[in-house]
Design a protein around this ligand. Structure first.
Ligand SMILES: [Zn+2]
Ligand SMILES: [Zn+2]
Length: 106
C-alpha cells in the first residue's frame, strides 16, 4: 500500500518534470509578444515627435492646453497635476485630424 502511494507520487513528479515546461512555454508565448507590443507603444509615445495619419509631424513635448483649461509645458499625452488627465487623442496642428495616443491604441 505504502509502496503504491510512493509510486503514485513519483509518477506525478515525473509528469511535472517532463511536461511542466509546456505550461511555462504557453505563458511565455503570450507574455513576451504582449510585453514587446507594450514597449513599442511606449517607444512611440515617448519619442519627441509622432505623425498624424496623413504623415504630418506632431510634437509630443511642448506647450499644450488640457481639456481642464491648464496650459503647460509638458508631454502631450498627460496633463500635469492637479488633473493628470490622459489624452485619448490630439488634433494634428497642420490638418486637424485626430492623432491617437499610442499607449491607448491596441
Ligand atoms: Zn488637465
Ligand atoms: Zn496632419
Amino acid at each position: 500500500m505504502k509502496r503504491a502511494k510512493v509510486f503514485a507520487w513519483a509518477v506525478v513528479l515525473a509528469a511535472a518534470a517532463a511536461f511542466g515546461w509546456v505550461a511555462g512555454l504557453i505563458v511565455l508565448a503570450v507574455a513576451i509578444p504582449k510585453a514587446i507590443a507594450y514597449l513599442l507603444r511606449l517607444r512611440r509615445a515617448l519619442a519627441p515627435t509622432t505623425t498624424c495619419p496623413r504623415g504630418h509631424v506632431v510634437e509630443q513635448y511642448g506647450t499644450f492646453r488640457c481639456a481642464c483649461g491648464r496650459v503647460s509645458d509638458s508631454w502631450i499625452w498627460r496633463c500635469p497635476s492637479p488633473c493628470r488627465r490622459v489624452s485619448g487623442y490630439v488634433r494634428c496642428p497642420t490638418c486637424g485630424i485626430a492623432v491617437d495616443n499610442p499607449m491607448l491604441v491596441r
